[in-house]
Each structure stands twice: as structure tokens, then as C-alpha cells.
Design a protein around this ligand. Sequence first.
Ligand code: F6P
Length: 473
Amino acid sequence: MIVANRLPVDRVEQPDGSRGWRSSPGGLVAALEPVLRANDGVWLGWTGGADETGADTEPFESDGLRLVPIPMSSEDIEEFYEGFSNATLWPLYHDLVAKPAFHREWWESYQRVNQRFAERAAEVAAEGATVWVHDYQLQLVPRMLRELRPDLRIGFYLHIPFPPAELFQQLPWRRQLLEGLLGADLVGFQLPGAAQNFVRLVRQRVGHKTHRDLVYLPDGRTVRAAAYPISIDWEGYQELARSEGVVKRAKEIREALGNPRTVFLGCDRLDYTKGIYARLRAFGELISDGHLDVEDAVFVQVAVPSREQVEQYKILRDDIDRLVGRLNGDLGQIGRPAISYLHSSYPREEMAALYRAADIMVVTPYRDGMNLVAKEYVACRLDNDGALVLSEFAGAAEELRQAWLVNPYDLNGMKAALLEAHTADERELTRRMKAMRRTVAQHDVAAWAEGYMADLANAGDHHAKPLRPLKSR
Ligand code: F6P
């Protein structure tokens, strides 16, 4: 059983007014679908809309997947999703890039909604089933579920960074969250540093004995915390990038941009952690300094609308709108804007065409769990060309060492890296891209899911005798 905040389908209105579902084929769905099918699995999650009655709980099937909807009222959406998940935990876990808001009502709502997920999972799970809980919205579920169903094997995976103790301990409910996660047999993170942060916090704040990646609980259970860097459907992206439709569309995109010499590209959810503002400023300065010319360089920025009711996201949108307007007004020429700004989401095919059309991909978050866009770009560069400028603070930087790595807080450093990537010769580009392609090909999303599931199968021991306590470190 997969338990995640969202189901892998979007609700769509049929022409006759009835309700229907369209699968949203993200990387995670592609990875987990085969595991679910092979194990007669089910996916539990929110449908994405408000349900004031809470009655919409009937399991249904979509494209052969068994799905169990968890209803949320508009109050749940405001307090649990927009509030505690995205205005408290999200900024706290991303290095305080924005100031987290701590509200006791939001915490109440987070507990209530996590309990709802846990109770429904407990009702639906078969005897001795394996349950894999995902992400920061559901950190209390492992413990709540274990209390209801001690027979289950429970895994948890955090898709976003896990902060250092110095930041995490600001949270008024820090101990409860740690104890929530300790309900799992295996707690997975993107990077080893995050797993270490977690184990250290458990030792300091909950007082359990720990040794390397293991936590020893007083009831005899052992919890493991380890890193499993997530990845993409490598074969799927390769196939897409080589398809006739995508090749043709990439050519059309470059033509529509006026066939410039260099296309820079940024693709992000419109989120303040992504560093969109600073990267556009860096590009603008390269033009105003005379290093680049709007006649032969353009920056295409795709900003996917996200969490639009949350205050910080509204402010960011206005800031970016203003910056793009100013840069285009100051630097653009007729038919040649400096920035081609698209506030919209696009299907995978269009994204693959954009990756193919772009000479330089710019991924500069202030903090990011992994950043799959960087890996998708690499997968679509079938000819080993194109450059990746990547923030040191994206999880992907630990694997994609041959990118031009930048500190997104250092504007001059970013400008220098953009210029270097712009002037790099073909040999240099090929050398870097080849190495990055090898890395991503070897560590695709299927390997990620298999690696995690194999470790979960071996993790924990429900019937273990209490372990001899280790000397506390
Ligand atoms: O990266 C964390 C994450 O929750 C992803 O799982 C998700 O695709 C993305 O952020 C967008 O989240 P939301 O569900 O808030 O639209």
C-alpha cells in the first residue's frame, strides 16, 4: 500500500457532467505502478479537491490501479495543506528560505488529517501488508498506523530535505514529529546528511539509543534511517526525447524564439525555494554588462503555478512578474524579449521538447531535496551536448558533479558559471554530459524503488527481543 498526500490521478469533468479521473503520470507513479501491480497493491491519498461532507471515501479503480480517496474539507486544505504542510514545514525544512509560521490550530489540523490517513490505511491494509508512507505532509502516520496495526511493515520516505538540528528544533512539536516517523521500520531520505540529521535529533530530543543508521527503541524495535536518492524514468525520457513529435516540437520552439544562438532554460514550480528571481537577475546583468546580447540569447522560464493560496507564493508571483516586466522593458527589443516567461504547466512531451531545445539548463534552488528537472534534462540530451548549471544546494548536485555547480546566493558566481557554460567548447560539453548521463542511467527510478523496497523487506523486526542497549554516543 502506498500512502501519499495526493492520489496519482487528477479529477476531470466528463462532457456529460459526470466525474472522471485522468492519471497524472509523474515519475513517482511510473516507479511505483509496477510494484503496486505486482503486489496487488492500493494507493491511498487526497483527490485534490474540497469535500465538505467527508463522504467521498469509496475506493475506485483507474487504469487498473486500486485507489482509496481521503476526503479533505476546505478547512483541512487551509490548515493542514496550505498551513502546517506548506507554510510551517516546507520553509522550515528548506533552510528557512522563508519564515515558517507556527500556529497551534494548524498543528491540530495536521494531527487530525494524519489520523484520518492512518485510520483509513488501517481499515484497508491486508494482514501483514507492507505500507509505504510518503513525504512531509504525513510524518505522524507511521506511528499512528503502527498503534492501530502492529502487524504491518511500515516504510516512510521524505521527498524533501530534512533540516539540521539547529533549524528543526525551532518547531514547537519537534518531538511528536520525530516519534511519528519512528513508527516506521525504515525511514528513507534523499541524502545521507538528512538521515544523519534525523538520527542525531532522535538521540538528542527523544533520548533513544542510536548506532550509525540505527535507532533502538525501548520496546525492542529497531528503526533504520538511510538515504535513497530518487531518480527518473530514464528509458521513458530517452524514448520521449527521440520521438518524432518531440524532435519536431523542439525545432518549432527554437524557431518561435527567433533561432537564437543560445537558449537558456529554467523549469520550476513557482516556489521561493527555487531561486528563480536571482537567476533571472543574473541573466539580465549579463545582458546589461554586454556579455550577452538579446539578439542571440534568450532565457525561457517555465513557472508552474503552485500553492497559489499561500501568502509567500502570492508575493513571489508578484515579484517575478515585476522583474520579468522590468528586464524585458529595459533589455528587450521588438520581437526579442530577454525573458520568455510562461506561467503554466506542460505535459511531459512539451517538457522533453523544451529540454531538447535548450542549450543551457539553469537549475539554481536555494535548497531542494533532489530536483528531478536536472536529471530529466540530462536524460533528454541524446547527443551528449547541452550544459547544466546546477545549484550546490540541490540534492542532485551530489550525483551530477560534472554540472557547472553554483552557489545561488552568489550572483557574480552564477554569472560567471552561466558565461563559462555559454563559452564552453564542444569537447568540454560532451565530456561533462557523457559522465552525467552514465550516472543517471545507472540510478534510475526503478533502481530507487527496488533498493528501498528490498531494504524495507529486511528492516525492523517486530518480534525481536529487546536489544542490549548500546552505550549512548
Ligand atoms: O517535492 C515535494 C512535493 O510535495 C512533491 O511530492 C509534489 O509533486 C510537489 O511538492 C508539489 O506539491 P503539491 O502537492 O503541494 O502541489
